[in-house]
Design a protein around this ligand. Structure first.
Ligand code: CA
Length: 404
């Protein structure tokens, strides 16, 4: 689109609104505002206009200002909803946010609560001039206006900078993820983001939800707000606040049903391993010969595991590793004795839990460094005060329902 066309046809520019839906009430809680140009081919996005650095900033600011006015007027009619306004933080920094804040204050007098205004900054936009931006954001937040960091990418996110900006809302963009399977790495980064936002007291919003599986992904990763084509496209008007409540309730039911089955499968596996172990342990004559013990257990559970070993409560390995070769033959790796595992995530917590509850624990899925594949570990408290670890290979988990 020709930038000049945009500027001389300002009266053809309208504000479009994309609904943002809350997970807790399944209703529309607000809208992100977009600029659209009415053309003969229908409404056109002005994204390229705003992102074109060859267009002088004051022209882009002028259009921004126009769209913000339209949105705030609309906001006056719906004071209970959040309005997410995309802003260019660099042009705001130039006048310390005065122009925009004056505008917001004047709308506050007309009846808009500043707590309902969300200014959205792109994550990539605070890569430079960080301290001025941080300073301005702190001021804006002191007025009650919320700050959202938008378009947070999974690969680009710099958690430390994000944390220091202390936003009210973090918008993670899942739009670029393709297909239904999301790589484990994304899940872990998202998990960190979700933990971080919780610590900051910020709200996590997933944007770019364009499929059922991405809604599922958002639900599983602790997003409180959802936004995307799958739920609602930007239009020139506000929709009914309950427009997708029924659908989301149904989807939630599917998600919960599926996860419930998974949890059940995991409990069943833990239970059946416990039963087999109890049987095997009965036949073991001496609890003092650790290597003989792990080999006997390994052989008894040979279909379920590829590695078995014993540790004490400080995490020092007391037995060798019993390891199954590709041919299915169990061997002992003596060099693994006396290695310490207390530094590993969850290790100590699991030891204390097993000691307290006197029962085994099935771990989450994680990558085994040596095997370079996703595995789970079943750990079990022994009567002699030691702890048994049984590593379960991907091939086994794959064959059972609900273990991956
Ligand atoms: Ca945005």
């Amino acid at each position: 689109m020709d930038p000049l066309d945009v500027l001389i046809n300002k009266n053809q520019i309208s504000a479009f609104y994309q609904p943002i839906i809350s997970a807790d009430k399944q209703i529309v809680v607000g809208y992100e505002v977009f600029a659209r140009m009415n053309t003969e081919e229908g409404p056109q996005s002005l994204g390229s206009f705003f992102n074109d650095d060859s267009i002088p900033e004051e022209y882009r600011d002028e259009i921004d200002d126009h769209v913000q006015t339209l949105a705030l007027e609309k906001g006056l009619l719906n004071p209970e909803l959040y309005l997410f306004l995309n802003i260019n933080i660099h042009s705001l920094v130039k006048d310390d946010g005065d122009r925009l804040m004056d505008k917001l204050f004047s709308y506050q007098k007309k009846g808009i609560s500043l707590e309902r205004i969300v200014l959205e900054i792109k994550e990539s936009d605070y890569a430079t001039n960080y301290s001025d931006i941080k300073h301005l954001i702190t001021y804006i937040q002191s007025t009650g206006v919320n700050i959202a960091i938008g378009n947070v990418g999974i690969s680009s996110s710099n958690l430390e900078r994000l944390a220091k900006l202390n936003p009210n809302i973090v918008k993670v963009n899942v739009g670029f993820l393709e297909g239904d399977k999301f790589p484990e790495l994304y899940r872990d980064v998202l998990h960190s983001l979700s933990v971080l936002t919780r610590k900051l007291g910020a709200t996590l919003l997933f944007e770019g939800i364009d499929t059922y599986s991405k809604l599922n992904f958002a639900w599983k990763n602790g997003a409180r707000y959802y936004q995307g084509y799958y739920l609602g496209r930007p239009t020139d008007s506000f929709v009914d606040v309950e427009f997708c409540k029924g659908t989301i309730k149904k989807e939630f039911h599917h998600f919960i049903d599926y996860e419930r089955k998974k949890i059940k499968s995991q409990l069943q596996l833990a239970d059946s391993l416990t039963q087999s172990l109890k049987l095997t342990l009965k036949s073991i004559k001496s609890y003092d010969l650790y290597d003989e013990m792990v080999i006997s257990i390994a052989k008894a559970l040979t279909d379920t595991t590829f590695r078995v070993y014993l540790c004490d409560q400080d995490g020092f390995q007391q037995s060798s590793n019993a390891v199954k070769s590709d041919e299915g033959i169990w061997k002992l790796e003596k060099e693994s004795r006396q290695k310490n595992w207390s530094w590993r995530p969850y290790f100590l917590e699991n030891i204390v839990r097993m000691d307290f509850e006197k029962k085994g624990i099935l771990s989450d899925l994680y990558t085994d460094i040596e095997k370079d594949e996703m595995i789970r570990t079943f750990s079990y408290p022994m009567e002699n005060g030691l702890f048994l670890f049984i590593d379960i290979p991907y091939s086994y988990l794959y064959e059972q329902d609900g273990l991956l």
